[in-house]
Design a protein around this ligand. Structure first.
Ligand SMILES: Cc1ncc(COP(=O)(O)O)c(C=O)c1O
Length: 432
């Protein structure tokens, strides 16, 4: 327990009066955070939570890592922000570092202020380069909340938030949801889910690009290698660019620096964000091949894209990830989490899916039928975990996946604490 803030109650009341939110909060939320360190956040009442969301999948090296704080503080004494027409040493160094870490298919970086914006620029760049308007996106994919990025986001609920009909130039292609595959078990998989892809691309000769997360964060869906091989082969045969959205999967999250490395993908365009700012302000990137960069015209530039303080913090984050072997730890702790979650042996645990520390536990009524656990029960599990000091989110195609994406520095002891809380909560909710 930390200290209770003297104005805790007034701060929470002011939050509900003055802060506009996009949804209705469940009991106990929002958590107003007073302090955060490593994998722990402390609310205004002094209650500690193990943060399995890494502050919404941003603080990959843990909250307030001293090296990131130091780099940002130092930068603040030098230069804060300049016009996007110019540059800063921090932004140049970060761009160089990113290009050297990224797959060789991308050669330059355009900085913006958030993942949605980075994807908007990716869509623009793909359309400018190919001179074609259509873009394919994966079912269940998420690419942001601005109008352009919503147009290539699958969820109907999110798309409706745009308040207008979505453009007909964008269309969905199948994703790989292997746990609920209608074609049979993984052992006999011939990637039948992509049988119609060729015909879809033929029917849409104006397709500039397919935008996809290499591993879908919503629900933690990692396609098998053969799925990506077939998708990649088919899109290349039609001259379609690949935009790899690494906003959530990038910077070590999946046990590789970038998730495209798992599959040997060479996207012509790759986007990133979230942790890229080291948690200091907001920073995102659209990286592209030299050929695409040559044709690219932004028209204008985001006012604070690549601001110096976020760039310095992002650079410190990358050095920390490398020096503290956090990519390796993500891979190792992902395996640990998987084993520990299966060991719960609870009938509601239907599937456990971790790629590094991009994880999901899918809750079902029954393991054989795989019937989705109801919203009420899932909500109670989340509430129970919350009461036990575990900060998580729920996501997935059917809204029944506990999403687990802690800082990459999480330890096996902390995972054990979560697993014990989950086991107890599942049993308690089932008992009513
Ligand atoms: C895969 C992916 N793309 C894009 C975005 C949008 O990023 P932002 O919220 O920074 O605009 C997100 C955010 O959750 C994301 O997960």
């Amino acid at each position: 327990m930390g200290d209770k803030h003297p104005d805790a109650v007034q701060i929470e009341a002011a939050d509900s009066t003055y802060v506009m939110r996009p949804w209705t909060h469940p009991a106990g939320e929002p958590v107003i955070v007073a302090k955060a360190r490593g994998c722990t956040v402390t609310d205004v009442h002094g209650k500690d939570y193990l943060d399995l969301t890494a502050g919404y999948f941003v603080n990959n090296a843990g909250h307030c890592h001293p090296r990131i704080v130091e780099a940002a503080t130092k930068q603040m004494g030098e230069v804060l922000q300049v016009s996007g027409k110019h540059g800063t040493i921090a932004a140049v160094r970060l761009a160089e570092r990113l290009v050297k870490l990224a797959p060789p298919s991308v050669n330059k970086v355009f900085f913006s202020t958030g993942g949605s914006e980075a994807n908007e620029f990716a869509l623009k760049a793909a359309r400018q380069f190919t001179k074609k308007p259509d873009v394919a996106y994966l079912q269940n994919g998420y690419h942001g909340l601005s109008i352009g990025s919503l147009e290539v986001t699958a969820s109907e609920k999110y798309r409706e938030s745009a308040g207008k009909p979505m453009g007909s130039e964008n269309y969905a292609v199948p994703t790989a949801y292997c746990y609920r595959c209608k074609f049979g078990p993984a052992s006999t998989c011939k990637v039948e889910c992509l049988d119609g892809l060729e015909a879809q691309f033929q029917a849409r000769p104006n397709t500039a690009a397919v935008i996809a997360e290499p591993v879908q964060a919503v629900g933690g869906l990692a396609p098998p290698q053969k799925w990506w091989d077939r998708m990649d082969r088919t899109r290349k045969a039609h001259g379609i660019l690949l935009i790899a959205d690494e906003v959530q999967t990038g910077l070590g999250r999946t046990g590789k620096m970038f998730a495209v490395e798992h599959y040997g993908l060479q996207p012509e365009i790759m986007t990133g964000g979230k942790g890229l700012s080291g948690g200091v302000g907001s920073l995102a990137m659209t990286a592209a091949s030299n050929a695409i960069c040559k044709e690219f015209f932004g028209g204008t530039t985001p006012t604070s894209g690549g601001n110096a303080v976020s760039a310095a913090a992002g650079l410190a984050l990358i050095e920390t990830i490398i020096d503290e072997a956090l990519v390796e730890n993500a891979a190792k702790m992902g395996r640990y989490f998987t084993e520990a979650a299966w060991a719960i042996d609870d009938p509601w645990v239907g599937d456990v899916r971790f790629t590094g520390l991009l994880g999901g536990i899918e809750l079902v009524k029954d393991r054989t039928s795989r019937e989705v656990l109801g919203k009420t029960e899932v909500g109670k599990v989340k509430d129970g975990l919350h009461a036990a000091g575990m900060l998580i989110t729920v996501s997935g195609w059917h809204g029944n996946v506990l999403r687990l994406q802690p800082p990459l520095s999480i330890t096996s002891n902390q995972i054990d604490q979560f697993i014990a809380a989950l086991q107890k909560t599942l049993a308690a909710v089932r008992a009513g």
